[in-house]
Every structure is written in C-alpha cells, then in structure tokens.
Design a protein around this ligand. Structure first.
Ligand code: HPA
Length: 234
C-alpha cells in the first residue's frame, strides 16, 4: 500500500496502462483483460489487474493533469516496480491533417511547466518516448489500419487556455495534439530507467471545433487500448 494506491505488493503488474479517467480504466479492463480484479479504489482512482494474451497487465487511472499523473506514476514505479507505463488518453488535434478519431503516438512531449520543472531549473529537458515501445505501437497501428500520426505533442498544464498564441506556436512547430499528462510520464520514466509511451485518440480539434460524439468513443478508444497492449508485449 502507498499513500494513494491501496493495492497489496504484487497486485500491480510490471506493465501498466494509464488512462486519465478511472471509469475508462474500468471499461478497458472489463473489455480487454481476462479475469480483471479491482486492485485500487483509493480516492475513486480505480485500478485493475488482469491478463491479456497470458500477460499480466494493470490498468490504473492517473487523473487529469501532470501533478495527478506524477503521484500515481511515482508510486507505481518506486513502490510497485512498474517497468512499462503507457498512457492511453484523449487529446485535442492541432494540425489540419490530424482528424478526430485518429490516433497519435507521441514521440516527444513539449511543456511550459511540469512537476519536474522546479528542479530542472535552467534546463529544458526533452521528454521522449521509449523507442522500442514507440516502434512496436507504430507497427501495431499499421497492422490494424488505424489512421495514426507519430510525432511531437504538447502537454499543457491548463485545459482552459488563456494564451491562444501558445497554441499557435505549437501548431507552427508541427505539434500534432494537446493533452495534459505525457511529458511528466516520460520524464519520470527517464529518471527511473523505465519504458514509457503515450498512445492518444484525437477526441476534439482545436481548429475545427469538431468533437467525437459520445457513441463513437468506445470503438475509437478501443483501437488505442489494443495498440498499447500490442506494443507492451511485442
Ligand atoms: N486540451 C488539453 N487536453 C485535452 C484536450 C485539449 O483540447 N482535448 C483532450 N485533452
């Protein structure tokens, strides 16, 4: 048990998928895992462990934003020895060729500030995905025929942004989409020598204002979960 995770030692698998939404953790575990068991419900941040094609997997909610993700990822790494951490979540599309429902596999994650910025101080650290996981996810997406983009994303620390000029700079620099967690996950994985990746579904688009209708979400999010699982066990 840790401060925020009630699981017993050994209840968490070495491979952890991390959606922001705890109910999406429940849905993904019940949909894709065999014999999923609830291993955490502290603060309602549900976590489940089961198996996928015979491999043990935990799906643990991270909450929204880097400070929340940082708490769960730190405890999963340091107290439960998680070795592969894959964020599965939604993002806002930032380029015209990126469409709602497409998948983004994040090679790098740009930030203004993250929970790690305080001690990096003058360093602009470049949070980067694990290459093996990235290559395996790209291959899995290609096999499935899922429209997929691979490149940089922006991990913002606000959903309701007051600086549209920042989004414009991200667009100018080819950033594919915006979310709120991946940069800290990549940073923590680098610090502790673990593997991390973010596989994201474009749920809305900053330029067109289009948003994924709720009835489409399950099928679209399902592709992302299966890409993440295939990447983890390739
Ligand atoms: N901004 C930040 N995070 C997001 C967005 C967004 O537009 N869409 C989904 N996650």
């Amino acid at each position: 048990m840790t401060v925020h995770i009630g699981a017993a030692p050994g209840d968490i698998a070495e491979t952890v998928l991390m959606p922001g939404d705890p109910y999406r953790a429940k849905w993904a575990a019940e949909t894709f895992l065999e014999d999923p068991e609830l291993v955490n419900e502290v603060r309602g941040m549900l976590g489940f462990t089961g198996t996928w094609r015979g491999n043990r997997v935990t799906i643990q909610g991270s909450g929204m934003g880097m400070p929340s993700l940082s708490i769960y990822a730190n405890e999963l790494i340091s107290d439960y020895n998680a070795r592969t951490l894959i964020r599965i979540g939604s993002c806002g599309g930032m380029q015209s060729h990126v469409k709602v429902r497409d998948v983004i596999i994040a090679m790098s994650a740009t930030t203004i500030t993250s929970p790690s910025s305080g001690f990096f101080r003058e360093i602009n650290f470049a949070p980067t995905a694990d290459y093996e996981l990235l290559a395996a996810a790209v291959a899995a997406a290609k096999n499935r025929g899922t429209p997929t983009h691979v490149g940089g994303i922006y991990s913002s620390d606000v959903f309701y942004a007051e600086r549209p000029d920042l989004d414009e700079q991200m667009v100018r620099h080819g950033i594919l989409g915006v979310e709120m967690e991946a940069a800290e996950l990549y940073t923590l994985a680098a610090r502790h020598g673990r593997r991390a990746l973010a596989v994201l579904t474009v749920s809305d688009h900053l330029q067109t204002g289009e948003a994924l209708p709720s009835e489409d979400r399950e099928k679209t999010f399902g592709d992302m979960v299966e890409i993440a699982l295939e990447a983890a066990f390739t």
